[in-house]
Design a protein around this ligand. Structure first.
Ligand SMILES: Cc1cc2nc3c(=O)[nH]c(=O)nc-3n(C[C@H](O)[C@H](O)[C@H](O)COP(=O)(O)OP(=O)(O)OC[C@H]3O[C@@H](n4cnc5c(N)ncnc54)[C@H](O)[C@@H]3O)c2cc1C
Length: 199
C-alpha cells in the first residue's frame, strides 16, 4: 500500500514529487511510501519553446526541460519510480484507491492526478463523477478539468496542473504541484502547517 501515488510526468507531477522528495528527512515522513507513474509522453511541454518560464533560459526546449526535471525527481530515492504506463482506472476501495495500468494494479491511500487536460482523461475509469469542462481553454478548444476545492477533488484525491482547470502556463502547473505537496506535508504533520526549505 502506497501512502501516495503521483500520476503524470509533466511540470505539475514532477514539481509535486520534487517538494515531497526534498522533504524526506522530516520525522513524519519516515516510512512514508510514495510512488510516481511518470508517464511523460503526452505532456504539453514536449512541444514548447520556453521564453517565459521563471528560472529557465530563453529558448529552452520544453522536451529538454522535461527530461532534465524527470532526472531530477528520479534522484530522490524516497520517490519510487513505477513502470511508465498510462493509468486506466482510479477506483475508490474501502477508504483508499486502486490505480490500474494495463499491466499493474497499485493500492494507495492518496492519489495526485496530474495528467493534463486532454479530453481522453474522461475515459479513465473512476473519474467520471469529477469531470467538468475546462474553464480556461482558448475559444473553440475543448479540454477537460476535474472539479475540486483548493485542488482537493475528494478525500485523498488531489488534482494539480492544467487538469485542475487552471490556465496553461508551465509555472502555474508546477506551482499547483508544489501546492498539493505542501497540503500533503501538512496532513502528514498531523494537520500542523509545514513546507520544506533547504538552506
Ligand atoms: C505547443 C505548446 C507550447 C507551450 N508553450 C508554453 C510556454 O511558452 N510557456 C509556458 O509556460 N507554457 C507553455 N505551454 C503550456 C505548458 O506546456 C503546460 O501548461 C504544462 O505542460 C502543463 O503541465 P501539467 O503537468 O499540468 O500537464 P502536462 O505537461 O500536459 O502533463 C501531463 C502528464 O500526464 C501524463 N498522462 C496523461 N494521461 C495519462 C494517463 N492516463 N496515465 C498516466 N499519465 C498520463 C502525460 O503523459 C503528461 O506527462 C505550451 C503548451 C503547448 C502545447
Amino acid at each position: 500500500m502506497f501512502d501516495l501515488l503521483i500520476i503524470g510526468g509533466g511540470p505539475a507531477a514532477i514539481s509535486c514529487g520534487l517538494v515531497l522528495g526534498s522533504a524526506s528527512e522530516k520525522p513524519y515522513m519516515k516510512g512514508k511510501k510514495i510512488g510516481m507513474i511518470a508517464y511523460s509522453k503526452t505532456s504539453d511541454l514536449n512541444g514548447a519553446v520556453l521564453n517565459n518560464l521563471f528560472g529557465v533560459a530563453s529558448g529552452t526546449k520544453g522536451k529538454d526541460l522535461l527530461e532534465k526535471e524527470l532526472e531530477h525527481v528520479r534522484s530522490f530515492s524516497s520517490i519510487e519510480q513505477l513502470p511508465v504506463a498510462a493509468v486506466e482506472a482510479v477506483l475508490p476501495k474501502g477508504g483508499s484507491f486502486e490505480v490500474k495500468t494495463a499491466e499493474h494494479t497499485y493500492q494507495a491511500q492518496a492519489v495526485v492526478l496530474a495528467m493534463g487536460h486532454s479530453t481522453a482523461i474522461s475515459k479513465i475509469e473512476g473519474l467520471g463523477n469529477y469531470i467538468g469542462e475546462h474553464g480556461n481553454s482558448l475559444p473553440g478548444v475543448k479540454k477537460t478539468e476535474l472539479k475540486h476545492s483548493n485542488l482537493l477533488v475528494d478525500k485523498g484525491l488531489y488534482v494539480a496542473g492544467v487538469l485542475s482547470g487552471s490556465a496553461s502556463q508551465a509555472a502555474i502547473a508546477a506551482g499547483e504541484g508544489a501546492n498539493v505537496a505542501v497540503q500533503l506535508l501538512t496532513l502528514w504533520n498531523e494537520g500542523v502547517f509545514d513546507h520544506h526549505h533547504d538552506k
